[in-house]
Design a binder for this molecule. Structure first.
Ligand code: COA
Length: 288
């Protein structure tokens, strides 16, 4: 990896966890140590460390199957922005993925998008972060159909069969890891014994994050969310696809408010993998 007298580019590992957490804290992002650990476990990354030992920038890649990988956690500490660090680590990540035959995909903040378009990424679809504050929750009555229950071990084949065509690749390890992070959100919706939707979530540094939510039956999404909201205390974040204005209205009626937009971008192509009609909530911009 390249280096200068002032800084060193290097692979990221668990020994850099404290620096990684400080980068996400400085950007007011929600990831906690468990998030960084799982991303470093199922993926790998690079950092730039300054002469004084401070981690000034990070970028991770998370391969999903044999066709594509997520680029994640593109963070530069506020004092060291606009020095080319993000572009440099991004080029390292893109080159790494290209040699493995994987298409780079990511979910961009508006600031990140300015960097990514210059490195060959194109916009596909968008989603928005909605947040429910501790004093903002409003409880409304919801229809009790389809029925919703906690995920059981025997549900995984059906959950994965629902998720893979929607997301575009298997994310078995990630979904199973999420199921134990926030049990109140690990739910399935059923119609006549068949799973028609699932929800997972995780605790975070600032808030619990609920998502992904994948469903083939439109009414499964509000049913899953209503059940999760009975068990999970705010603050809560959730990332809802722009294509679902009705579900957005459902969230707004319960006190959720818009926080920030994201754009799903693909390197060198204009179509994201999977079937976005089945994705209601993404897992989060760092996970896809
Ligand atoms: C977005 C971010 C990663 C950019 O890091 P960076 O190291 O400052 O980016 P670079 O120096 O490589 O920028 C390369 C070019 O991208 C563009 N760019 C970068 N940040 C920009 C911004 N905030 N607004 C507009 N253009 C920007 C500029 O054209 C820049 O070139 P220039 O400085 O010569 O004008 C950094 O601002 C950050 O950590 N932000 C908070 C977290 C975040 O949003 N990350 C992106 C997640 S998708």
């Amino acid at each position: 990896m390249g280096s200068t007298e002032r800084e060193l580019d290097h692979p990221l590992g668990v020994k850099h966890l404290a620096g990684c957490l400080e980068l996400s804290r400085a950007a007011n992002w929600n990831q906690n140590e468990a998030d960084w650990r799982i991303m470093l476990e199922i993926g790998h990354g690079w950092g730039i460390t300054l002469a004084d030992g401070t981690l000034a920038a990070s970028t991770l890649v998370i391969p999903y199957g044999s066709r594509f990988a997520w680029i994640s956690m593109v963070l530069v500490s506020p004092a060291h922005r606009r020095k080319g660090y993000a572009s440099r680590l991004l080029r390292t990540a893109i080159a790494d993925l290209k040699t493995r035959g994987l298409t780079p995909i990511l979910d961009a903040t508006p600031a990140g998008r300015e960097v990514y378009v210059q490195e060959g990424f194109r916009d596909t679809w968008g989603f928005k972060r909605y947040a429910l504050g501790s004093d903002d929750a409003r409880v409304l009555r919801d229809p009790a159909w389809p029925s919703v229950r906690t995920i059981r071990d025997s549900d995984w084949p059906q959950i994965l069969a629902l998720d893979e065509p929607a997301f575009g690749a298997s994310r078995d390890a990630l979904l199973r890891a999420l199921a134990s992070r926030l049990p109140g959100s690990a739910l399935v919706a059923e119609v006549r014994g068949r799973i028609v939707g699932f929800l997972l979530g995780r605790e975070g540094r600032e808030a619990s994050q609920i998502g992904p939510l994948v469903a083939t039956e439109p009414l499964a999404a509000p049913a899953l969310l209503a059940a999760a909201l009975e068990h999970i205390a705010p603050p809560i974040y959730t990332d809802i696809v722009d294509r679902e204005p009705q579900l957005r209205g459902w969230l707004e009626a319960r006190g959720f408010a818009f926080q920030r937009p994201y754009t799903r971008m693909v390197h060198g192509a204009d179509r994201a993998p999977g079937d976005e009609r089945k994705i209601m909530l993404v897992a989060g911009p760092e996970l896809g």
